[in-house]
Design a protein around this ligand. Structure first.
Ligand code: SF4
Ligand SMILES: [Zn+2]
Length: 125
């Protein structure tokens, strides 16, 4: 155990929509009984890519004692759960992260993914 960054989920705010599941490439988040849960803390690297997509503001990154992030556990988890990796898609052009770099953005209360090609148009209108 060491003090590190790890995702925290506020169950009071979480409505179980599941939007935070696929942005996590490690597959660390699951929905159980209508609430998001970090299924295994070793799978969470604390990068926080899930945070921007939550419409409820239920996700945050906290600094606390937790088991270390384990890349081998992630590899094993993905091998055993092949549907874990879901490529994120640019809301504007439809290309996915296997084709372009996509970034999570917030816009008028919505969480969207946008590729670097479409970002200038989003910024400049
Ligand atoms: S995106 Fe937010 S509200 Fe939706 S399941 Fe995840 S934590 Fe809950
Ligand atoms: Zn795009």
């Amino acid at each position: 155990m060491a003090v590190r960054q790890i995702v925290s989920i506020d169950e009071e705010k979480c409505n179980g929509c599941g939007l935070c599941v696929s942005p996590c490439v490690e597959g660390a988040i699951t929905i159980e009984n209508g609430k998001a849960k970090v299924k295994n803390e070793k799978l969470c690297d604390g990068a926080g890519f899930c945070i921007g997509v939550c419409p409820q503001g239920a996700l945050s990154v906290e600094h606390r004692e937790a088991p270390g992030f384990d890349e081998h556990a992630v590899e094993e988890h993905i091998k055993q759960n092949p549907g874990t990796y879901i490529p994120q898609v640019c809301h504007r052009c439809g290309r996915n992260e296997d084709q372009v770099i996509v970034l999570p953005c917030r816009n008028r209360g919505q969480s969207i993914w946008v590729c670097t090609g479409c970002l200038p148009a989003l910024i400049h209108g």
